[in-house]
Write a protein that binds this ligand. Structure first.
Ligand code: AMP
Length: 465
């Protein structure tokens, strides 16, 4: 998963600091590396580094990035290694001129593209799928850059939201299934593009609309013009964006993500009722769903019985189990006196490997809870994601896969008194039935979602290897 940003401003003011705030707002989408590139008077300026935003762009760096047009990226690696050469934006050359690209998603035909490049004597710019795309664009022939991009994009399979910087404009593109989000915003001095609207907000803009699946938008100082927008019938928006990935204040498909999660929590309380004294939503990922659960179940609110410290942020991607467990230990603190003798129900968005849940259950048992139950506002996470979440690297560690989706077996391994998951139908219903808060509403059907991680139904065929 990654976060991407683009700005085109008519003002003479530098936009690097706006992009910095935008990247900050998207930090939850990727923490491994970050980068940005701007253009001023025909010259490109870039800075990239490993780590989180404040470390990558420390003092003085932003002032060395002049210009009022630029793109930026937060990386959470999927296909290639998390190393320096794969930090985005990636630079390419088309027709002797520079362009830069940022990407959120994951292609499933990267190897095929690399083979095609090598067959024509071209070494891909980097080992990542984004490097392969940049190479494909650089090899694409057309009389215009936009035409070359369109031709290259047609060869791609999988999930992609791109922003490309070329000369006096940026180009925003989304795959035809719309798997990963991408939206357009405006400010009085120009246009903004971002993975999520929370970044548009922090860059001082307002959301115009989501970029349509399959759309290619060319944005210069005067206008944001549809270059290409096929009629797409079959959409597959990632359901996991609504469950976990996106920030709760973002507006996606016209709906506030917070409202969707609260709806999921309400439906969960109806589907999997529990006899408990207090509901404890696991912060931050379980908070909104937990509030919905509390509302519907009328069980006492136990949010203040747990503290989430913000010193630790990357427990999920630590390479060693012991480090992941230690990370969870540092992340959460339980107020024992609120727990003793009580029947508690924990609410979280999902269980992936089960590390977080197992540690938390231990804390609550140590605090002398009478019973520990859990309710999850998504179905069992049984299948790896190949479209931008890196769970295919840890496929065999997915607890629901190891237990063949058997909830009773998962409950036993975790050591819970009871466990309940939201059904896929209800998770989707929660999105569809959340009212739109944008001027134009986006109507959805139950077939408009990618639920591969829960159902095993992959909307784009996977490579054989
Ligand atoms: P686990 O401890 O492996 O069961 O992970 C479960 C928690 O990690 C979920 O409740 C989410 O809050 C979070 N999570 C899920 N997917 C990811 C991901 N791809 N990267 C980081 N965190 C994740």
């Amino acid at each position: 998963m990654c976060g991407i940003i683009g700005i085109v401003s008519r003002s003479k003011r530098q936009i690097a600091s706006d992009m910095y705030f935008g990247l900050y707002a998207l930090q939850h989408r990727g923490k491994e590396s970050a980068g940005m590139v701007t253009i001023d008077d025909g010259k490109y300026y870039s800075h990239k580094g490993m780590g989180e935003i404040p470390g990558v762009f420390d003092k003085g760096i932003l002032s060395n990035l002049p210009g009022s047009i630029g793109i930026a990226h937060n990386r959470y690696s999927t296909t290639a290694e998390s190393d320096k050469q794969n930090i985005q934006p990636i630079r390419g050359i088309w027709g002797g001129k520079e362009f830069w690209i940022v990407h959120n998603g994951n292609l499933v035909n990267t190897e095929k593209i690399i083979e095609q490049c090598l067959a024509k004597g071209r070494q891909p710019y980097t080992s990542s799928d984004t490097g392969a795309i940049a190479t494909l664009i650089s090899m694409s022939s057309d009389f215009s850059f936009e035409g070359a991009v369109k031709k290259a994009v047609k060869k791609l399979e999988g999930a992609f939201s791109f922003i490309i910087l070329y000369n006096d404009r940026i180009i925003a593109i989304r795959d035809k299934l719309g798997i990963r989000p991408l939206c357009l915003g405006k400010r009085k001095d120009g246009f903004l593009v971002a993975s999520e609207s929370c970044a548009i907000h922090h860059m001082g803009g307002t959301l115009i609309r989501g970029i349509t699946p399959g759309e290619m938008l060319v944005i210069n100082k005067e206008e944001a013009k549809k270059y290409y927008c096929p009629r797409v019938i079959n959409r597959k928006h990632s359901i996991y964006e609504f469950i976990y990935f996106s920030r709760p204040d973002s507006i996606i498909l016209g709906r506030r993500v917070r409202d969707i999660r609260m709806n999921m929590g309400r439906l969960l309380a109806k589907e999997c009722p529990v006899d408990a004294d207090i509901v404890i939503p696991i912060p931050d990922s379980g908070t909104c769903g937990g509030i919905g659960f509390i509302e519907e179940s009328k069980i006492a609110d136990g949010q203040s019985a747990i503290l989430r410290t913000h010193l630790v942020s990357r427990t999920f991607i630590e390479p060693i189990q012991e480090l992941r467990e230690k990370g969870v230990d540092l992340k959460f603190v339980i107020y024992d006196e609120d727990i003793k003798g009580k029947k508690i129900v924990l609410i979280d968005d999902s269980i992936v490997r089960g590390t977080t849940m197992k540690r938390l259950i231990k804390f609550f048992r140590d605090a002398k809870a009478k019973e520990v139950h859990a309710r999850i506002f998504s179905p069992p996470y049984r299948y790896p994601c190949y479209y931008g979440v890196d769970t295919y690297r840890v496929e065999d560690e997915l607890i629901a896969k190891r237990k063949n989706g058997d909830v009773e077996e998962i409950r036993k391994e975790l050591g819970l008194d009871s466990l309940g998951y939201l059904s896929l139908d209800s998770a989707i219903k929660a999105v569809i039935e959340t009212p739109c808060i944008t001027r134009t509403s986006v109507s959805l059907t139950k077939d408009d979602f990618c639920s591969a991680c829960f159902s095993g139904k992959y909307p784009v065929e996977l490579p054989k290897k």
